[in-house]
Design a protein around this ligand. Structure first.
Ligand code: SF4
Length: 430
């Protein structure tokens, strides 16, 4: 593996997740068209949105305590933005990975993720558009309903790392109508070129989350043809996911976060009480079997989402192996001890311990021939994508023939996607 972060953007992305960045006073950020640093939605992101070399989008921790002592500093000069590193030289880890890091030196030229022109506009009901939906990387993320109920129970049973209940009502509007969401989706499609809309909910008593989301999904699919995903707890009635696939959903995601049952119970008390790890896993497995049914060439992915750094690396890798063995694709976040959460005092994981997990992510997806990196123009800032982890391989050409197949698949998907969008827009305009 290339261990110099100046030449390995995936390693740099990972190291920035684990160490954060300081912002030099030369930086204007929003004044230069960048995105505002928000407290997170959906529990994980909170930082500055940057585009690294190689076109890797990222969200780098800034506000958390550990970021204040980061060796990385974001600078601005006449040529734009760059990351410099102050302090330490190389570090050696228990995992045997030595990272070559120069002292006080230029690391990389970067770009600010552009702040969308529509963010500050109002919907026809008077809500600021960015309080209805925000771009995370290049896709639109929407949390359409009220706050996750684990946050309002007494005592609270929220996941210990989560900040969703800290944010709503400040950065985010509380509830959003289907029409308001459609106004924002249209603005984001026309002005930011989004291809994918992601709907996210927490837990609601009575499993109402899919009922809540269905009207949004139907309108987005019918009127724009964009790719749509939903991230909710696992519904008791798994056949509901067959129906979601029929109405055009392309991705379902189940965040069980932790594969170790005891740690899961401790860190996610609400999820453990209401669903249990087993039901999360069963939902990932069941939904993965739907890939070969129904709507022909309509893309469909079942994701199991975990947070690396909350359990031993071996356990995260076991989760990756389990998810890919049943045909699902893992989404692997890096634990970020967000300000204000129950875990804000914890240390972030070490990059060296994360590398084997993300390397395994790429390997496992390639071994199982999973369709990674085929959705058009989806860059994700909050996680290292499986295809980006190719940079962490000791032998990056090992799966070259499979990569060629994936490229062909991506080209075919893009054509179909562009056709679907044209059709939907024409039908809606008629
Ligand atoms: S289920 Fe857990 S992670 Fe998701 S919103 Fe609720 S408390 Fe946060």
């Amino acid at each position: 593996m290339e261990t110099d972060v100046r030449r390995n953007p995936a390693l740099l992305k990972l190291d920035l997740y684990c160490r954060g960045i300081r912002i030099d006073e030369s930086c204007l950020l929003e004044g230069d068209g960048g995105r505002q640093i928000l407290r997170t939605r959906a529990g994980l992101g909170s930082g500055v949105e940057l585009i690294l070399p190689g076109g890797l989008w990222t969200n780098v921790p800034v506000t958390e305590t550990f970021a204040q002592s980061s060796p990385y500093v974001l600078h601005r000069d006449v040529r734009g933005y760059s990351i410099r590193r102050h302090g330490e030289r190389g570090r050696v880890s228990g995992a045997g990975i030595q990272m070559k890091v120069p002292s006080a030196e230029h690391i990389a030229r970067v770009a600010l993720a552009p702040r969308p022109s529509w963010y500050d506009r109002k919907t026809s009901t008077g809500k600021t558009m960015t309080r209805v939906g925000t771009l995370q990387g290049t896709y639109l993320g929407i949390y359409p309903a009220k706050v996750c109920e684990y946050w309002v129970e007494k005592p609270k049973e929220n996941c210990r790392f989560c900040s969703v209940g800290l944010n709503l009502g400040t950065d985010d509007a509380d509830e959003k109508s289907v029409s308001e969401v459609m106004e924002v989706v249209r603005a984001a499609r026309e002005e930011s070129g989004i291809t994918y809309v992601d709907f996210n909910t927490g837990h609601y008593e009575g499993d109402t989350y899919l009922d809540i989301l269905e009207p949004y999904v139907r309108r987005v699919k019918a009127e724009t043809g964009l790719l749509v995903g939903v991230q909710t707890p696992p519904h008791h009635d798994l056949t509901r996911y067959r129906k979601l696939r029929e109405i055009g959903v392309n991705r379902v995601s189940f965040c069980f976060e932790i594969f170790d049952t005891e740690i899961f119970r401790r860190v996610c008390p609400g999820k453990n009480r209401e669903y249990g790890l087993t039901r999360y896993l069963e939902a990932v497995r069941y939904c993965a079997t739907l890939g070969s049914t129904g709507r022909g060439f309509e893309p469909w992915v079942s994701n199991g989402e975990i947070i690396a750094g909350l359990e031993p690396a071996q356990s995260s890798m076991a989760a990756i192996d389990w998810i890919t063995a049943v045909g699902g694709i893992p989404t692997v976040c890096v634990f970020r001890p967000l300000v204000g959460t129950d875990m804000e005092g914890e240390a972030p994981p070490r990059t060296e311990d994360m590398v084997p997990i993300f390397r395994r992510l790429y390997q496992a997806c390639m071994e199982k021939d999973l369709p990674i990196g085929v959705a058009p123009n989806v860059h994700v800032s909050l996680v290292l994508l499986p295809e980006e982890c190719r940079w962490l391989m000791d032998d990056p050409h090992r799966y070259w023939w499979k990569e060629l197949r994936l490229k062909a698949k991506a080209a075919a998907y893009r054509l179909k996607f562009e056709r679907d969008v044209k059709r939907a827009l024409a039908a809606h305009a008629a």
